[in-house]
Design a binder for this molecule. Structure first.
Ligand code: FES
Length: 233
């Protein structure tokens, strides 16, 4: 039976929420942990893992910049009003599965919703996840494919067990990660982990998913979600 502390922590997790404000910041409520993590690459330049570099003190409520112009990132400092930020939400309400293609393999199946790509590029190592899924001659392919999907922050890539039809998903601490990509000198999106609900400025609810990424540069054409527009080659 759950003890009092466990019950309290579950109650607090259930109150976590992100509300998009009209032409303004994300309002985060419910003591959501806020972490800064960097994407790191291997010697060949392939993205390989995350390194947590900072954890902010827990707060009941805070506002995260989504216009990209705050002088106090990742928090909002009110600059969005001065720059007349247009934060119109264009994200559609199509579910992940409706927009995904299916790549079938002998052991694993991949669901891929390209629309959600944020160019984190964990999926390119060892020939790429699409090839790994189909390989039966390479025993490590399964584990690498799962690892690549787990690291995909937007959840564009979702692995399914081909035999059971069950999703294979990482278990996350419910949290928001501010993504930094030092080797590309790039500030990435806000990585929302663990199924925290996101609600639009007009009160509509987006599909709750284990991994989603929210725009924090203000340039996405799929607001409030990141569409990789921060990434310039
Ligand atoms: S949303 Fe307020 S400063 Fe960017």
């Amino acid at each position: 039976m759950a003890n009092e502390a466990e019950k309290k922590s579950k109650t607090s997790e259930n109150s976590m929420k992100i509300t998009v404000s009209r032409n303004g910041p994300y309002i985060v409520t419910g003591r959501v942990p806020l972490i800064v993590s960097e994407i790191h690459s291997d010697e060949e330049g392939y993205c390989i893992n995350w390194q947590e570099i900072k954890r902010y003190p827990l707060k009941e409520k805070y506002a995260l910049c989504r216009c990209g112009h705050s002088g106090n990132k990742p928090f909002c400092d009110g600059t969005h009003t001065k720059i007349h930020f247009d934060g119109t939400e264009k994200g559609d309400y199509e579910s992940f599965s409706e927009g995904a293609i299916v790549v079938s393999g002998p052991v694993l199946t991949l669901k891929d919703n390209k629309h959600l790509c944020v160019h984190a590029e964990f999926c390119l190592r060892a020939g790429g996840i699409w090839k790994l899924i189909k390989r039966s001659d390479y025993p490590e392919a399964r584990d690498i494919a799962i690892e690549e999907a787990y690291n995909c922050p937007s959840g564009r890539l979702v692995i399914i067990d081909s035999t059971t039809g069950e999703k294979i998903e990482p278990e996350f601490e419910k949290s928001i990660v501010v993504v930094e990509y030092p080797s590309r000198n790039e500030q990435g999106p806000l990585w929302v982990r663990g199924g925290i609900p996101v609600e639009s400025a007009d009160g509509r609810k987006y599909e709750i998913r284990n991994r989603v990424t929210l725009c924090r540069c203000g340039k996405s054409e799929n607001k409030p979600f990141c569409d990789g527009s921060h990434f310039e080659r």
